[in-house]
Design a protein around this ligand. Structure first.
Ligand code: MV4
Length: 500
């Protein structure tokens, strides 16, 4: 019998519910944790037990390592699944979990640490034969060193935080005279964001795509499950992900897959993980970073490869072999995910709050709805603005796009502003439909962020308003008795007023 019978889920919202369901599919009990803001959430009800871990702010609940470990001990859980975000990529959390005699459902703290330090990751990847962007292999010690390195790799260059990731503390430099200031500001930003001012330098790749490879490693083998195209993003927040990518050929998939497997093997990786690559217009690809967690967009891979990635995480944590025996797996059809967020594109993407007074969920063939909310829930500012993920699968990309349009048309969310209409505009866009995308797509296409002015619609609305006003005025006229009797002076005056 496996050492794991109960799993504590150190997360909330849609991913917590996703993990509860996978536990139940595997015959395991699931323990939820919740802050004061999440007591009535669907994931809490779905779990077999719940432990309250503190006030709404994440710093006092979902980020409290001590309370999470105590919750596991108290509820009799033998393992902790971290989900994504929060503590999922903190080596210190994985270590604390292991120290407490519990199983961390994820890679070793050593693998998390190796990938968390970006220059160490670059050195190890380069040594393992994984292509990395030309640039420095250690953090910069002086301006002189930076100037010499930038000169040898050629401008434009990009200055990055060694402790970074996710885009914070980066500076693109096109001219040599701008480098010293960029080094200063990048280091200051890195110190502020990560408590570590170390920076390094790379060749800046212009207009690349963001393509990532899903990997899975058990105690016997490491495999990849193809790519996810994640170029549709705004300020490092992905909006739409799909698999496969329109530009990845079977040959390129083998090459990028092999690089990702080599990357994982080089750090002794176990479980599910993702290697992020920049894919240049000329087909060259470069390792960027490895995400040592389950990702938000994992369902597109699940639909195309027919694999339950969270189930595989649970199996691997239980020292069982992954359930995939024939490999390589071939992708089947096409999947797209739209992230439905409570952000208002018409209001500079500011998070919108309120009560979801009505929710109508899409369904039908090839449609998956992964959500953490239901009708009646309050959307607050305590956590990130992801309300739900709408995922569709179809025989090819055109069918998947049409199915997503159909599903988005079925979706009704009343009570908070969302980005639902933006998704429909994006899916209708000819460039998107051609697959002509890169990481700057949404920056270039600001026109998609707001509804196009529809003159015909505005005319119909103006005519409807005029008719309604006309009806109101007609109704305001007092009726006159047929025989002209009983006409008071009041009625006569009112009639004059209404006709004025
Ligand atoms: C780059 C790059 C271009 N050239 N590195 C942004 C987040 C972090 N993971 C790395 N990032 C980038 N690194 C070189 N050498 C462009 C980006 C980048 C980006 C990457 C992936 C997805 C979205 C992005 C948006 C802006 C910049």
């Amino acid at each position: 019998m496996s050492a794991i019978q109960r799993v504590l889920i150190a997360n909330r919202g849609e991913i917590a519910l996703r993990i509860v369901r996978a536990c139940h599919d595997e015959g395991l009990a699931a323990v939820a944790v919740c802050s004061d803001a999440d007591r009535a959430s669907p994931y809490v009800r779905a779990a077999d037990a719940v432990v309250a871990i503190g006030p709404a702010p994440a710093s006092q609940s979902y980020l409290r390592i001590d309370r999470l470990i105590e919750a596991a001990r108290q509820s009799g859980a033998q393992a902790i699944h971290p989900g994504y975000g929060f503590l999922s990529e903190r080596a210190a959390f994985a270590e604390a979990v292991e120290q407490a005699g519990l199983i961390f459902i994820g890679p070793s703290s050593a693998a998390i640490r190796a990938m968390g330090d970006k220059t160490e990751a670059r050195r190890r990847m380069h040594a393992a034969g994984v292509p990395v962007v030309p640039g420095g292999m250690a953090s910069l010690a002086s301006d002189a060193e930076a100037l010499a390195l930038a000169d040898s790799i050629g401008y434009p260059v990009i200055v990055k935080a060694a402790a970074g990731g996710g885009g914070r503390g980066m500076r693109v430099v096109t001219r040599v005279e701008d480098l010293p200031v960029a080094l200063r500001t990048a280091a200051a930003e890195a110190e502020k964001a990560f408590g570590d001012a170390k920076i390094y330098l790379e060749k800046f790749i212009e207009r690349p795509r963001h393509v990532e490879i899903q990997i899975l490693a058990d105690h016997e083998k490491t495999i990849h499950l193809g790519e996810r195209e994640c170029s549709i993003q705004r300020r490092h927040q992905k909006l739409v992900e799909e698999s496969p990518s329109t530009v990845v050929t079977p040959q390129l998939r083998r090459e990028m897959g092999q690089a990702a497997v080599a990357a994982a093997t080089a750090v002794g990786y176990r479980g599910a993980g993702t290697c992020e690559f920049l894919l240049a217009a000329n087909g060259s690809f470069y390792f960027l970073e490895m995400n040592t967690r389950i990702q938000v967009e994992h369902p597109v891979t699940e639909m195309v490869y027919g694999v339950d990635l969270v189930r595989e995480q649970l199996r691997i944590a239980r020292k069982q072999p992954m359930s995939i025996s024939e490999w390589p797996l071939a992708p089947r059809g096409h999947a797209i995910e739209c992230r439905i967020t409570s952000e208002d594109p018409a209001n500079s993407f500011l998070p919108s709050t309120g009560r979801i007074s009505h929710l109508q969920v899409p369904g039908g063939h090839g449609v998956r709805w992964d959500a953490g909310i239901e009708s009646g829930d309050d959307v607050t500012l305590y956590y990130d603005s992801l309300l739900a993920k709408l995922i569709v699968h179809g025989a090819d990309r055109a069918i998947a796009i049409r199915r997503m349009e159909r599903a988005l048309s079925e979706l009704v969310i009343v009570g908070v502003a969302t980005n639902q209409a933006l998704h429909l505009r994006l899916l209708a866009d000819p460039e998107f439909r051609r697959g002509a995308i890169d990481i700057q797509f949404l920056e270039r296409r600001q026109d998609l962020l707001v509804p196009a002015v529809d003159h015909a619609r505005n005319l119909r609305i103006a005519v409807a308003a005029a008719l309604a006003e006309e009806e109101r005025r007609a109704a305001a006229k007092p009726a006159v008795a047929a025989d002209g009797a009983a006409r008071s002076a009041w009625t006569a005056q009112a009639r004059v007023d209404a006709l004025r």
